[in-house]
Design a protein around this ligand. Structure first.
Ligand code: UD1
Ligand code: MG
Length: 455
């Protein structure tokens, strides 16, 4: 009963209506390329070695994108139609068992629907269909008066009466592999487009006594194929909506969920709160009891529990320890490691910097290529001069250091643990433990100067 399942994903097409330099299946929705969504879906029912992606347009880039998934690819050098595309996969696919056809540009099918399609294990074939108010452009399902499927007719080739049919072909099928491969070579090109239409297989199989079952889906959105950027935006919107619903059901509070953008691989812990307009993308993982302020952007960010990110903060490729507070208007870019209960305030930029537990940089600072020890306090306006015009240099600040406001730390330089830096200093040499580093001109007062000047 449980014959092996093969999935062939047709993804060779160019996608002319996208008006893009990038192949259609490499466009992104919900934070992933379209073809990756479909491959991940296929992986829910088939082993990677039983998944064949038919590539053509920008084949190398598509292969590269799919490399981490371990699936096979087959090349269709010339796009001569869906029937031809499937034939290109034949030598890479097992000859027996069941074979599912998916499209690289239709990523919204759910794992549950695919599972139920596969579990049917049809004698010949099953096709997923939907009833649409506006079926324009789709292939139509032709049935006899008893409801048995006769054939699929493409919109372009359909008569007026056939165009009135609202049951459409999704292009998603499950075939008994032996039957499919025995008849696929009979598909011809006798149609207005001169293409090999996979849809013709339904009639060819019927003629030899093989019935195709049409399974009507309740939610036609699952079958939405992307042909233009308008449809891309719609599919993206649906992915985002599914994601925020999953998060809310798992215990995350989301204020104005329609305004947040969360990629599919992002995780957020229980009782965390996302304020309106937050954008969480890439491999971002947020612990429990965090708050992500309005308008913040987190990309490949790892936050431990209880982190407060105030509005309009940007965190990229960085991690933040438990109970820390960031923002508003803070920016962490390129590999920062912030410890627990640290504070990073407004207009503070961190780049490639490690900030120890309990350390603070509360206002207006640039801390680049630096290591800052636990409990150190970096005053307002402090700048690490990490770049000499040619090379980048490190700044090392020990534990419990106090850096007075508006200090300029000219790297490479070290402030040892427990040292103090006087406000307004330009520091170029090591400041030893317990010392006060003072590097500024002395103040001179000239009594009576104003009156003398103005006369
Ligand atoms: C196809 C179906 C149509 C169905 C519709 C659903 C056929 C003939 N028609 O039409 O009945 O209603 O999908 O969306 O099958 N592809 C290749 N190589 C090719 C041609 C296409 O790999 O030579 C791939 C495309 O990249 C795409 C998929 O097959 O992922 C579908 O091709 P597309 O041209 O979009 O078919 P439709 O005209 O939409
Ligand atoms: Mg299409």
């Amino acid at each position: 009963m449980n014959s092996p399942v093969t999935v062939v994903i047709l993804a060779a097409g160019m996608g002319t209506r996208m008006r893009s330099k990038i192949a259609k299946v490499l466009h992104r929705a919900g934070g992933l390329t379209l073809v990756e969504h479909v491959v991940r879906l296929a992986l829910t029912v088939a082993e990677p070695e039983n998944i064949v992606v038919v590539v053509g347009h920008q084949a190398d880039q598509v292969r590269q994108t799919l490399a981490p998934y371990g699936v096979k690819t087959a090349e269709q050098t010339e796009q001569r139609g869906t029937g031809h595309a499937l034939r290109c996969a034949q030598s890479a696919a097992p000859a027996t068992g069941h074979l599912v056809v998916l499209y690289g540009d239709a990523p919204l099918l759910t794992a549950e629907t695919l599972r139920s399609l596969v579990d049917e294990r049809p004698e010949t074939a099953t096709v997923l269909t939907a009833i649409l108010d506006d079926p324009t452009g789709y292939g139509r399902i032709l049935r006899d008066p008893d409801g048995h499927v006769l054939a699929i007719v493409e919109h372009k080739a359909a008569t007026e009466a056939q165009r009135a049919i609202r049951e459409i072909n999704s292009g998603i099928y499950c075939f008994r592999a032996e039957r499919l491969w025995a008849h696929i070579d009979l598909i011809g090109t006798n149609n207005p487009a001169g293409e090999f239409y996979l849809t013709d297989i339904v009639e060819l199989l019927r003629v030899v006594g093989g019935k195709t079952h049409a399974r009507i889906l309740a939610d036609p959105n699952e079958l939405l194929g992307i042909n233009s950027r308008v449809e891309l935006a719609e599919v993206d919107r649906i992915f985002r909506a599914r994601k925020v619903i999953d998060l809310m059901l798992s215990g995350v509070t989301i204020e104005k969920p329609e305004t947040v953008v969360v990629d599919c691989d992002v995780t957020v812990g229980q009782d965390s709160i996302l304020e309106p307009g937050t954008r969480l993308v890439g491999a971002t993982h947020i612990g429990e009891d965090c708050r992500i302020g309005a308008g913040s952007v987190l990309e490949n960010a790892q936050l431990a529990e209880g982190v407060i990110v105030q509005p309009y903060t940007i965190i990229q490729d960085s991690s933040v320890g438990a109970g820390s507070r960031l923002g508003p208007f803070a920016r962490l870019r390129m590999h920062n490691v912030v410890g627990a209960i640290a504070h990073i305030g407004n207009f503070v930029e961190l780049k490639n910097t490690t900030l120890g537990d309990g350390a603070k940089a509360n206002h207006l600072a640039y801390l680049g290529d630096s290591i800052i020890g636990a409990r150190s306090n970096v005053g307002a306006g402090t700048i690490t001069c990490n770049y000499d015009g040619v090379h980048k240099h490190p700044t090392t600040i020990g534990e419990g250091v106090f850096v007075g406001s508006n200090s300029t730390l000219v790297a490479p330089v070290t402030l040892e643990s427990g040292s103090y830096i006087a406000a307004g200093s330009v520091i170029t040499d090591t400041v030893p433990t317990g010392a006060l580093g003072l590097g500024r001109g002395r103040q001179v007062n000239k009594p009576g100067w104003v009156k003398a000047k103005k006369g």
